[in-house]
Design a protein around this ligand. Structure first.
Ligand code: T4K
Length: 369
């Protein structure tokens, strides 16, 4: 595949251009561009309905949604979280003046290990910030049990978990709040975008005030809010995306199944299996390279793929706890994070998106083979 176009980890699916132009014409006529416009209101409602959640608050991106979710619940002090995520998860704590406390992950899915959470709780702990990594649900029941026992809030970083259900219920219905990302690289994109999922009207109202500078009405500012609003163009684009999302997820499943089939039996390469009671979204396809069995290291394979025009990504390497801002924290000690370190050293996320051609997938696996 050396002379061909690069095969990237993800490629956004865009809405039908003619339909989008029709939406743009409406925006041009209305001259209402942002600040809770008609498309915005419609998108919030349709999204809540699609996801099976009570309330959606749209945001300009997932990071601001996360920062605002922590503000909405007035989280302070220390928050227990995972180092095996995109750096935005921990940055959101930092931007709120909160100290992240990293705990290790489970050895199968790479989500925060609930067994290790309890030991990290101190009198300053106020919340847990787990991530549903690659869209695989965290251990929701155990996390809820710990949170209830110690009186902690739970905010799920569900940036990867659009549409994911466990036992026919959206994973977004658990914890106090969940956040989503609609970035161009995500299963469901609004170019940039995000959302907070909340459970009651009062909390939604507070979140909606916070994303609009804290305004409750024209003259009343109830909190030191920020500007994190989604605009009408994104909302109109998002509404059109909803039409094809089920089809897109189905196409992703076909690709994930085929990868698993073809990778089966390659010594030293592990994939994550689907979970029986979970509706997956196939947002990422991580493989784990065990260099003690596979004939080369993860990095060698990563660069070999790149030489052949296949641009997988090492999500998530390095660990967040290794970045300069966080590496001095006691909980960043690698001895504390051995499984996360192993994941970070072994992972390559392979290209997965609805338009990925079957022949390309076969070629990718043949390089690995
Ligand atoms: N929490 C978690 C767990 C997250 O994963 C993220 C974001 C967030 C929070 C924060 O949500 P946002 O604030 O982003 O809404 C990408 C994304 O920018 C980021 O959204 C995502 N996670 C992260 C996992 O991946 P990069 O720096 O790796 O992106 P980049 O530009 O290298 O693009 C990745 C690949 O996608 C490239 O191979 C090119 C391709 N691509 C990218 C774009 C932007 C396209 O084909 N088209 C495009 O338009 O972070």
């Amino acid at each position: 595949m050396k002379d061909k176009k690069p095969i990237l980890i993800s490629q956004p699916t865009l809405p039908n251009l003619d339909e989008f132009v029709e939406s743009l014409k409406i925006i041009w006529e209305r001259k209402w561009l942002t600040n809770n416009g008609e498309f915005h209101q419609e998108f919030e409602k349709k999204l809540a309905n699609y996801l099976g959640v009570p309330y959606v608050s749209l945001f300009s991106n997932g990071t601001l949604a996360l920062i605002s979710a922590l503000q909405a619940l007035r989280i302070t002090g220390e928050v227990i979280t995972t180092p095996y995520s995109f750096v935005a998860t921990t940055h959101a704590l930092h931007w709120n003046g909160i100290k992240p406390i990293f705990v290790d992950i489970d050895p199968v899915y790479g989500n925060i290990d609930p067994v290790k959470i309890e030991a990290a709780i101190t009198p300053r702990t106020t919340a847990i910030l787990p991530v549903h990594v690659y869209g695989n649900p965290s251990n929701i029941k155990q996390i809820e049990h710990i949170a209830d026992t110690y009186g902690l809030k739970v905010i799920y970083d569900a940036a990867h978990a659009f549409g994911v259900e466990e036992d026919n219920n959206s994973v977004l219905n658990f914890g106090d709040l969940s956040i989503l990302s609609f970035h161009a690289t995500k299963v469901f994109n609004t170019i940039e975008g995000g959302a907070i999922i909340s459970k009651d009207e009062k909390t939604k109202k507070r979140i909606d005030n916070l994303k609009n500078f804290g305004f409750a009405n024209e003259t009343t500012v109830v909190a030191p809010g920020i500007n994190a609003k989604m605009n009408e163009v994104q909302a109109a684009y998002g509404l059109l995306q909803l039409k094809s999302i089920d089809k897109q997820i189905k196409e992703r499943k076909v690709i994930a199944d085929r990868y698993r089939e073809l990778l089966d039996g390659i010594d030293g390469i592990r994939c994550i299996d689907d979970i029986e009671n979970v509706k997956h979204n196939y947002s990422y396809f991580p493989i784990f390279v065990d260099a003690s069995i596979y004939p080369m290291t993860r990095d060698k394979l990563y660069f070999k793929l790149k030489e052949n025009n296949v641009h997988g990504r090492r999500y998530f390497y390095p660990l967040i706890s290794e970045f300069p801002t966080y590496r001095g924290l006691p909980s960043s000690n690698p001895d504390n994070l051995s499984i996360a370190s192993e994941f970070a050293d072994q992972v390559i996320c392979l290209p997965i998106y609805p338009d990925l051609k079957k022949e390309t997938l076969v070629e990718i696996v043949s390089i690995i083979k």
